[in-house]
Design a protein around this ligand. Sequence first.
Ligand code: FMN
Length: 209
Amino acid sequence: MDVNEAIERRRSVRQFRPDRIPLEDIKELVRLAGLAPSINNAQLWKFVAILNQEVIDEMSNIVNRKISGLLNNGAEKKGEKIKTTVAHFSTVFTDAPAVIAVQMKPYDAVVDPILESSGLSHDEMNKMRNYPDVQSIGAAIENIMLAATGMGYGCCWLTGLLVAREELEPLLGIKAPYRLAACIAVGKPLESLPAREKLPLESIFEVIE
Ligand SMILES: Cc1cc2nc3c(=O)[nH]c(=O)nc-3n(C[C@H](O)[C@H](O)[C@H](O)COP(=O)(O)O)c2cc1C
């Protein structure tokens, strides 16, 4: 499958067949993630593949507990429905045979010490540059999603579970200066999904000639 076809075919997959993924395939996905562009080639990423169902279940429990605690206004019907929806979309990885946790460390640009002396904090400088660290991680994640599509897998990019980032990090062995940036659920799709509606080209594109 060429890259354009993988882009066309990729869909967020949230229901998976239970088939195990060979470790070699996971390694290939991560190798391709590592080829992504990153700010100043800083490669601020590291990846942990979770293939153990008990650990995946524990991740799911942690996220569900956190969401229940955060949205504890279940007395109202509407609140309960929102809570169920949030919990669902934050734990769609539960039935995936593999979850890839993406870690990210902070980026320090060469110019940072000079900017620091003008009173800007690391976070302010990162914001000013529109989060090149996070943008770099996104490129690596998209590499995984497209490569996985090309290999016949389905994926879902996950940030909903980050509500429980601090509780998940020790379970996954993630230590400072790294932090959990996102996860990707990977597996063979349970069913083939129709294309999602996307904005027409005319509404997202302008030309300056
Ligand atoms: C940064 C990011 C975070 C996302 N987080 C979640 C998530 O936590 N749970 C989920 O079910 N989908 C998540 N998604 C998937 C989006 O909902 C999905 O990409 C979107 O609905 C478009 O559908 P498509 O991927 O099939 O084109 C995330 C996507 C991105 C790019």
